[in-house]
Design a binder for this molecule. Structure first.
Ligand code: UN1
Length: 519
């Protein structure tokens, strides 16, 4: 079965593929076509921004509690379609079905959180420094929001943006990853149907990177866009930040990671090994929160290394519908990039976790592979031991099933190594010592810290985001994302009937500064 998928602007499908055509295939079975995609171009993007601009005022006139009800209905519709959507996500991206179901759950969790925010979206009443005057704060929608998302989480991460953006009264242009367009279209249909959204409130633009960039530029120059939310690489995030900055906008950026895991002498080693396996190789290492480097104390390094090697060797890899730890790479582009990362392996490295590296084939086989490796884009897992601080594999994000390993001798050194690559998304420590856990938390640059847990797998109502090369400090999820999709407006209301001037007409009580307590 192959779908034909187009952009949707102002409730209408955009015909004629102005940006060309693309065929998306399942990375687990590259002979299987998932969708024929008709791409839009910069003009499609700009038209979508205009449609959003026109639809936004009446959308924001709908009372927030009513918008909250729309989010509640969306959550229910997603729940009723959970297995179908998860199956599509697994087919299109190759992530294991259990992970795809978890991803769909994350949309529902997000709806559960924000349906209540429709009845809150609190402002404050604030005392004034003068009598007969009252101060208030209100949250206003920012207006038109462009959301540009990656395909490794083709539905959950978009929902982190789309659900709160809509709840707050914004209209949206969503540009998903072109290689996960079928999953995106499915989520788009669930949002528009479930929410009963008026035309133009949510628009879907399928386009390649350069057309999207041109469309962003046109929309910003034309005053049709007020905010950009972007999840993707640090390099593209920097370009988007630069463009937005020219229009005095600060985008919400969720970028790459080189997420460290520190294993201390008091760690539960078996627990640390299972966390490293899941963090490093879940989603074939293609999460922004995937484990980059394990930094293990020299006293436990041998024990940890032997066990991790064994766990990775025995991990089931293959058909994503068959209960594996991981399946194929997301698509050809990611497979090629991963092969490039493998060229960063140096003679001083020791390779563990597998009997081979690179593509899994009949000749370069993996014992216990689940299914037919020739059918898809499957890669051997690899642990690179003996990493040094100046290695490219230590410094750069390596999206794929590779984990680095190095040792440390004291916690300060571990923290230094953990911060050294300059990303700052997620970091984890395995320890039985609370002092170590809190010292690590304080010293680490990451926006998210785990103690005795995976670097990946953040819950949907804690602030999500990073620092340094991982982002510009913006946060998604929970109440924190409201600051991305609303702007604070203050109001002062003077009912004294006179012009009371702030700072100048304030009456102060007079202290008796000569007063002293008796000895
Ligand atoms: C991403 O890879 O862009 O914390 C997001 C996690 C997921 C989200 C990852 N809930 O791993």
């Amino acid at each position: 079965m192959s779908l034909s998928i187009t952009s949707v602007v102002a409730g209408r499908e955009v015909p004629g593929a102005p940006g060309g055509r693309l065929r998306s295939v399942s990375p687990a079975r590259t002979a299987e076509v998932v969708a024929d995609i008709e791409l839009g171009d910069a003009g499609t993007f700009a038209a979508a921004a205009l449609a959003a601009r026109e639809a936004q005022p009446s959308w924001s006139d709908i009372p927030a509690p009513v918008r909250g009800r729309a989010i509640a209905h969306i959550g229910r519709l997603v729940e009723a379609n959970a297995e179908r959507l998860a199956r599509l996500v697994t087919t299109e991206t190759g992530k294991p079905y259990a992970e795809a179901l978890g991803e769909v759950r994350e949309i529902i969790d997000t709806c559960d959180f924000f349906l209540g925010e429709g009845r809150r979206l609190y402002g404050q009443t604030v005392p004034s420094e003068m009598p007969d005057k009252q101060l208030f704060t209100f949250r206003n929608p920012v207006g038109v929001v462009a959301v540009i998302t990656a395909g490794n989480f083709p539905v959950a991460v978009p929902a982190w943006y789309l659900v709160p953006a809509l709840l707050c009264g914004n209209a949206v242009v969503w540009k998903p990853a072109d290689y996960a367009a079928a999953s995106a279209r499915a989520l788009f249909d669930l949002l528009t149907h479930g929410g009963g959204l008026p035309d133009g409130v949510l628009n879907l633009v399928l386009a390649d990177g350069e057309q999207t960039f041109a469309g962003l530029g046109q929309s910003l120059a034309g005053g049709r866009l007020d905010k950009i939310g972007f999840t993707g690489s640090s390099a593209v995030g920097a370009r988007i930040g630069e463009l937005a900055g020219r229009y005095l906008q600060s985008p919400c950026l969720e970028l790459g990671g080189k997420n460290p895991m520190v294993v201390t002498p008091s760690a539960d080693i078996d627990l640390a090994v299972s966390a490293a396996l899941f963090s490093g190789f879940g989603t074939a290492g293609q999460r922004c929160t995937s484990l980059g480097t394990v930094i293990v104390h020299e006293d436990v390094a041998d024990r940890f290394t032997v066990r991790l090697d064994e766990a990775v060797r025995n991990a089931p890899v293959g058909d994503p519908f068959a209960g594996v730890v991981y399946g194929p790479m997301l698509n050809q582009r990611f497979a090629e990039r991963f092969e490039e990362y493998l060229t960063w392996i140096e003679p001083h490295h020791r390779l563990l976790g597998s009997n081979g590296t690179g593509r899994i084939t009949a000749q370069n086989a993996r014992p216990g592979f689940v299914g037919d490796p020739a059918a898809g884009l499957y890669y051997h897992p690899v642990i690179v031991a003996g990493l040094r601080a100046d290695d490219a594999l230590f410094r750069e994000e390596t999206f794929g099933p590779v984990v680095g390993l190095m040792t440390y001798s004291d916690l300060a050194e571990a923290i230094r190594l953990a911060n050294a690559p300059g990303y700052g998304l997620s970091a984890s420590i395995f320890t039985g010592d609370p002092a170590e856990a809190f010292r690590f938390r304080r010293g680490i640059s990451a926006g998210m810290v785990s103690v005795n847990n995976s670097t990946s797998g953040a819950e949907a109502h804690l602030p999500f985001g990073g620092n340094g090369k991982s982002g510009n400090g913006s946060r998604q999820s929970g109440v924190w994302v409201l600051d991305q999709f609303t702007r604070w407006q203050s109001m002062n209301w003077d009912y004294s009937g006179t012009l009371q001037k702030a700072q100048m007409d304030v009456t102060e009580l007079i202290p008796d500064e000569t007063f002293r307590l008796a000895d």
